[in-house]
Design a binder for this molecule. Structure first.
Ligand code: MN
Ligand code: MN
Length: 456
């Protein structure tokens, strides 16, 4: 019996066959990621995949039977996959997997448009925790939906196809940047300076010369989407980094991309439920929205909708929903900060998670003395360890950074607050919340195996 614990490395233990599986899973993940930059995009992809796997739309008034597969898209942004199992739902509860599909980005303000010095701009209001300086001078794509009068929706995606134009936020040249460089990074770029260039060609036939470029851009938008400037006030549009996920390293062992947080967990948990057809458990997989801004609202994990779905499923089998909840188990699948030797002082190396070392289990999150966390009970942590070890899942555990350096939270506490045993299991990320984040192919695959083991 091994008395000492040693962290394992997935790549070091993988044989040729396993390596092939890791790299092939990464290809599927990149495809999902490229098509899922926003929660709305992810919901589209989820719906397509659900249908392809024989899932039918869910209704709150229906009675499910064992073997039924349903999907529910809550207000275009929040997805539930539901697979009714054969075992007694009251005794065994439901296996719940939750990840979020919103990522930090730049939302458009309701009155975003203005013209200055021959350029037309969109003003933004950042969404989630970003380092503002990282969002200047990079190609940006515009994603979202515009509401026309009468309820007609127009979906927009500009900047992702090779031939598409992109959008751009300027920064000051270093030659004139002495004063800017003396400011702290938090003040380096002001939130009100995050204005993206969206046009420069004036309308020649426009009589109002002051805003000829804005007029021309509006003409283009009207032609393409049938919209006016007024319609922007009832729209949801955001800038995200343009372009696709790329392999990193001569050996292509890592992936750099926008939005790993938290699509790198959403994809494995979705694949796990789709690949668990024969599991006796009732399984629910959730793509949550609004995690980056506090999980509020109709589509966030603080919404009652998860309870409503659990109640509907319970009622289908004549089960008491209170008992079902009490016996349910949840994996809150979210990323954690991987140890970064370049910023070693922010971490505590004995209690950090490391790239290539497998699915990252966090018993608790929070900050300043574990405040505001679901601290998974030892009994549940022990149970999940047995599940993972039983299926050969390589996993590791750690905290998000050193004590009192900072901290963070996940949706775990919102599920746990419903009286459901919950633990955080995710993927370690380098440069989390940057426009381009870095993860290991070994870790996203390990999380998939962890989610599969949980569903088995
Ligand atoms: Mn996250
Ligand atoms: Mn995050």
């Amino acid at each position: 019996m091994e008395l000492k614990y040693t962290r394992r490395n997935v790549f070091k233990e993988a044989d040729g066959k396993e390596l092939e599986k890791i790299y092939s899973f990464a290809e599927d993940y990149k495809e999902f990621l490229n098509a899922s930059k926003t929660e709305r995009d992810a919901a589209h992809v989820a719906e397509e995949l659900a249908k392809k796997h024989g899932y039918a739309p869910f209704s709150f008034s229906e009675k499910l039977k064992a073997g039924d597969k349903r999907y529910f898209i809550n207000r275009f942004k929040n997805v539930f996959f539901i697979k009714a199992g054969t075992e007694n739902i009251e005794e065994n509860g439901v296996r719940i997997l939750v990840a979020h599909v919103d990522s930090p980005r730049l939302d458009l303000k309701p009155n975003p448009m203005y013209e200055e010095n021959g350029l037309c701009y969109f003003k933004t209001h950042y969404y989630g925790g970003i380092k503002k300086y990282q969002w200047t001078t990079i190609p940006l794509a515009l994603h979202g939906v515009i509401m026309l009068p009468g309820g007609e929706r127009r979906e927009i995606c500009v900047g992702e196809d090779e031939g598409d134009p992109v959008f751009y936020i300027t920064d000051l040249l270093p030659h004139l940047g002495a004063e800017q460089s003396s400011k702290s990074a938090a003040k380096f770029i002001d939130g009100e300076s995050l204005n993206a260039v969206v046009g420069g060609l004036p309308a020649v036939d426009d009589e109002d010369e002051k805003e000829a470029v804005k007029a021309a851009v509006l003409k283009l938008l009207n032609k393409k989407y049938g919209m006016t400037e007024y319609d922007l006030q009832c729209s949801e549009l955001c800038f995200v980094p343009a372009g696709k996920a790329r392999d990193v390293g001569f050996d292509s062992s890592l992936i750099a991309a926008y939005g790993h947080d938290d699509k790198v967990c959403a994809y494995p948990e979705m694949r796990a439920i789709l690949d668990s057809e024969n599991s006796p458990h009732t399984i629910i997989t959730v793509f949550a929205d609004k995690e980056e801004v506090g999980s509020d609202g109709t589509t966030g994990m603080q919404s009652k909708i998860i309870s409503d779905i659990l109640e509907t499923v319970s009622a289908s089998f004549g089960a008491n929903p209170v008992v079902v909840r009490y016996n349910s188990k949840c994996i809150s699948a979210d990323v954690t900060g991987a140890y970064d030797p370049a910023y070693a002082s922010a971490y505590e190396k004995r209690n950090s998670t490391y790239v290539h070392c497998g699915a990252a289990v966090s018993k608790y999150t929070g900050s300043r003395g574990k405040v505001s966390t679901n601290d998974a009970p030892a009994e549940y942590a022990g149970w999940i360890r047995d599940v993972f070890d039983g299926e050969g899942v390589i996993w590791q555990t750690g905290e998000l950074g050193a004590v009192d350096v900072g901290g963070g939270g996940t949706v775990a506490k919102y599920v746990a607050n419903l009286g459901i045993d919950t633990i955080d299991v995710g993927v370690p990320v380098l440069s989390m919340h940057a426009p381009c984040e870095l993860i290991s192919k070994a870790d996203v695959y390990s999380l998939y195996k962890a989610c599969l083991a949980f569903c088995k």
